[in-house]
Design a protein around this ligand. Sequence first.
Ligand code: UD1
Ligand code: MG
Length: 445
Amino acid sequence: MTEIAAVVLAAGQGTRMRSALPKVLHPLAGRPLIGHVLAALAPLAPARTVVVVGPEGAAVEQAVAPLPTATQAERLGTAHAVLQAREVLAGFTGTVLVLYGDTPLVPTETLARLVAAREASTNPAAVVLGFRPRNPTGYGRLVTGPDGLDAIVEEKDASPEQKALTLCNSGVMALDGAILFSLLDQVGNANAKGEYYLTDVVALARARGRRVDVIESCPEDLLGVNDRADLAAAEAVVQTRLRRAAMAAGVTLTAPETVFLSWDTQLGPDVSIGPFVTFGPGVTLEAGVTVKGFCHFENCTVATGAIVGPYARLRPGARVAENAHIGNFVEIKNATVEAGAKVNHLTYIGDARVGAKANVGAGTITCNYDGFSKYHTDIGAGAFIGSNTALVAPVRIGDGAMIGAGSTITADVPDGALALTRAPQDTRPGWVAKFVARLRPARKS
Ligand code: UD1
Ligand code: MG
């Protein structure tokens, strides 16, 4: 295999997204559209990759750094966009892949097929990735002949016969870097849109006696995102793929269509996930973790044998150790729950450590924030926190200490001590009857 280079086109404004965020930065399974494109490309180890951005491309530049970008000052067409890569690709004579930043679902394996076809012994000047969409309207049509692909005709320039062709241009191509820029220099803009079409390089290469080929791919892989409905459709495809991969790796999903994964979710074998669970980025669940329904995870880890949920929320920095139990309506943020600890009901644990085998009662709150700063709560191993306790941080509860229910703890509690803050109970026998007698209006005789 010769070296490959990649040009990712991302200069489009994405007007139809109606968004302040550039289109290619909209997330799909927690990662920007263009991140999916670059990830599909990565295993091919391109020697050079350049992202073509528009004049307001600063955010895209940041997102793809350290990859170089080239700015297309005016949006004059796809050929003009690829021309902006000339400097970065100077002297490159291998295969150049052209991809769109808003077409995020093309698998690596398809790109590899395209490169292999471009490097066939017939040495085609280009190989175009074709597909047969349910509705071809709007796509460039592939005009094939006995020697492969003869031309690509854009919808607006197509004759009725050409419009009847069902094989369309996906936009993804592999081109011979040795002649790419000389072909692009020949592309004019005398067409219906007045644009410089990349697709014109096909007929130009044929005129030079070079071969051009097509390989086909399925429409699902070539879904392009133009508006929010397309974004949702792409999300559905990615989620289906992620769920299938998880199940193939030994994860049980009781209701897969209700579980939303992130591109980087790590699920060990025999993880079991109930319905309606959402994963943000950066989550690892080790082997054998059980997640009951309606949980939400983001940037957190859960170790082997732990049980989480239903209705638990693990926020960034939550680390749940082996065999710990996190129950219903529990929120954990930037905190470690050590092995075998139980935090089972209605609790907030933030900026804290819950020691091994500690038991945190229902309604416990770590009061970690005073409106200005965050403070740490340390709960020792084997401690018992009675229900409805407020732990006002910074505070330390010793190993094996007990906190009486309903306490507000503001000072450290030594190992093995009992601490409680509780107003004495006042019990008045027979009081209710006297109270009622006093208030009941006198009966009329
Ligand atoms: C293009 C193809 C068409 C193909 C279709 C597939 C051309 C001339 N036509 O048409 O054959 O069927 O894609 O979706 O290539 N872009 C730039 N700078 C520009 C113009 C476009 O960066 O000046 C980028 C866009 O951001 C987008 C991609 O190139 O990612 C395609 O541009 P778009 O305007 O959508 O091309 P189509 O008219 O859809
Ligand atoms: Mg388009």
